[in-house]
Design a protein around this ligand. Structure first.
Ligand SMILES: NC(=O)c1ccc[n+]([C@@H]2O[C@H](COP(=O)([O-])OP(=O)(O)OC[C@H]3O[C@@H](n4cnc5c(N)ncnc54)[C@H](O)[C@@H]3O)[C@@H](O)[C@H]2O)c1
Length: 346
């Protein structure tokens, strides 16, 4: 039985808790969060943009702590699952690793490359695993794209355009604070940066144009350059209008096929603007019939991969810390390019 301690019981802490209940061989044994009512099981005040609403929970059998450090020092757990605000990931992870725990940390791995590198070094020193919660590859459309690409049935992947543009999430605390969350670059686009890194490797350089919100990137277009010559771009950021809280999609080019997909939440409606579809070189248009569109299922798959990787004492191709660190490096390079108007080398 893998015993988990969740650090920070907010939206993601709740989503992780609920999904651990759906996985065999895993038990949430401890929770650390400052809110006394949440430690008492009253999760009704938790707000997010998917999943079930917070409810009154029965936390019998779960040790609760007001302080993450106390949980790390005192709880009988194998893994610390960090669902704290991003600026707190590094100190919590480094302390947990030094205490001999494995760490599974929500994205972004850290706010800075320096902090992320310290986390990677702490994991190596402690000989513990450090996994990072990049859930996008587990979403059915993105998993489908990976599967088609990996099959090599349509040749090599030669390019892609990725899109993630949302209404300004005014309900998220510190969203536009560069030290605490980092705006849409580190909070939102880091998902696509990670996926691009997964499909194409690390870019050699990139250039970004767009608009700023104070010192932070607000809405932008990036072109990435790779040694392979792949043509890759991403559009991401926020819009002021509140009517479209979520929108993501891609067009991925292979030698012998193109994969297209876009999903959005608009007002009260949500659904595909373009269903996941494969265009082949004979002119055929094949819609992929994918099971399950509930983001909760993607989190269940992600946490299953955490449990598998830790039980087998193997790294995870999708959740590895080095990949997550490259994604943060790409985001910072994009911000720098946007702010300076220059091409940035990685
Ligand atoms: N993968 C995804 O799709 C996704 C979606 C949302 C959030 N996230 C990530 O999850 C993480 C948490 O985001 P969230 O939306 O759940 O935030 P949140 O604000 O809802 O929850 C954070 C929790 O941490 C607690 N906390 C804050 N400071 C603390 C401290 N010093 N000690 C202990 N607890 C403390 C807060 O009280 C709160 O309970 C972030 O890294 C975010 O980027 C990922």
């Amino acid at each position: 039985m893998l015993r988990i301690g969740i650090a920070g019981l907010g939206f993601m802490g709740m989503i992780h808790y609920l999904n651990y209940q759906r996985i065999r061989g895993v038990k949430v044994a401890a929770i650390a969060t400052p809110e006394p009512e949440r430690r008492a099981g009253d999760w009704r005040g938790i707000k997010g943009n998917f999943g079930p609403p917070g409810e009154q929970m029965d936390l019998r059998g779960v040790e609760t702590f007001a302080s993450v450090d106390d949980m790390i020092d005192q709880a009988n757990v194998d893994v610390i699952d960090i669902t704290l605000p991003p600026a707190l990931h590094a100190p919590a992870a480094i302390r947990a690793l030094a205490a001999g725990k494995h760490v599974f940390c929500e994205k972004p791995i850290a706010m800075t490359i320096t902090d992320g590198m310290k986390m990677v070094k702490a994991a190596a020193k402690a000989d513990r695993r450090l996994l990072v919660g990049h859930v996008l590859p587990f979403f059915p459309e993105y998993a489908w794209a990976r599967k088609v690409i990996d099959s090599k049935q349509y040749g090599e992947v030669i390019g892609g355009a990725f899109r993630r543009v949302i209404s300004d999430p005014t309900w998220l605390p510190n969203y536009w604070n560069a030290e605490k969350v980092g705006g849409p670059m580190l909070d939102l686009h880091v998902h696509d940066a990670h996926f691009i890194r997964l499909l194409f490797g690390k870019p050699k350089s990139l250039s970004t144009t767009g608009r700023m919100h104070g010192d932070l990137a607000e809405f932008w277009h990036t072109q990435f350059q790779f040694d392979s010559g792949a043509t890759v771009e991403a559009t991401s950021g926020t819009i002021e209008q509140q009517g479209r809280p979520f929108d993501h999609g891609f067009e991925i080019h292979l030698e012998d096929a193109t994969l297209v997909f876009e999903f959005a939440v608009m007002g009260e409606k949500q659904g595909y603007l373009c269903p996941p579809t494969l265009l082949d070189s004979t002119g055929k248009v094949k819609e992929a019939k994918l099971s399950g569109g509930d983001p909760m299922d993607a989190f269940q798959s992600e946490l299953k991969e955490v449990a598998r990787s830790l039980a087998a004492n193997e790294t995870s191709d999708l959740l590895g810390a080095e990949l997550a660190l490259d994604a943060v490096e790409m985001c910072h390079a994009q911000s720098k390019s946007l702010a300076t108007g220059k091409v940035v080398k990685l």
